[in-house]
Ligand binder design. Sequence first.
Ligand code: UDP
Ligand code: MG
Length: 317
Amino acid sequence: MEKPYVTIVIPAYNEEGNLPPLMERLLPVMRGLGKPFEIIFTDDGSRDRTLSILKSMTRSVPELRVIEFNGNFGQHMAILAAFERSLGEIVITLDADLQNPPEEIPRLVAEIEKGHDVVGTIRLKRQDSIFRKAASKVVNITTNKMTGMRMSDYGCMLRAYNREVIDNINHCQETTTFIPALAQTFSSNPTEIEVSHSERSEGESKYSLYRLIRLNFDLMTGFSVVPLQLFALMGIFTSLSSIGFALFLLIRRSMIGAEVEGVFTLFAITFFFIGIIIFGIGLVGEYVGRIYQEVRRRPRYVVRKVYGFTTEPEVTR
Ligand code: UDP
Ligand code: MG
């Protein structure tokens, strides 16, 4: 078989209802490109029929490859496992739930062919809840500020990378990561295009509020130590203001006399600072926990079996 020019990478976790319509739309687009391609699905420990549907599809679609995970390791690990086995000059990630229209793929390919190494996307008229959209806005702005990167939409997974960026990502061994941000650090000539966005076609979002918060911690602390530095600055600021406050009390005492009232005001102020201190310990804990995960050097994910591959991955963990 010819070496694929484009690799499509799709993580799937309990997506049985979306797979047939996805393939129905994806295959004509890929065949229309007129270049050899491969489609790699990672089954991220699904508990529904996702895996059996994918396996049966490999029989009729020779370009289809499936990686079966031995549990749920998360969307980003699912994508990384597929990256390690990808052969294409251009690698494109896509969600399985048809929120990213496969019809946009040729535009992404065209951008890479123009010489860009990473093509990001901005979701036009994003079809998610107001809460998700507002949260993303905050995350996008703060992440750009903290990491010094420029990206308008970190959340959109319809993205294209050239081989060089993928090879660099494959050499990273971090246990928690956020792929669009990781790719950005290896990119010298990125671009962004606007793509349309639809509602999830079947099933529910796989991200609970808790998982979303975890993911965004990965993004914030995984790529910068600015949160720690801000914390140190806040400590300095608090100490300086408390010196000012002590001086004020001293002068007040010499002019009006000692103060006794306002004990509960003091409580309020104290609780505020205790809150900040606990947050600070938690923040330091995030980094320490991350270091702990890295030094244990456990495998980031476990592949039970693969289907449809003809070659072994070049990079092994
Ligand atoms: N996904 C995954 N493992 C997970 C969670 C999600 O492989 O633990 C996949 C999921 O099947 C989908 C993609 O990641 O293809 C995006 O997930 P989802 O649509 O639930 O996220 P949202 O669009 O709500 O951000
Ligand atoms: Mg989705």
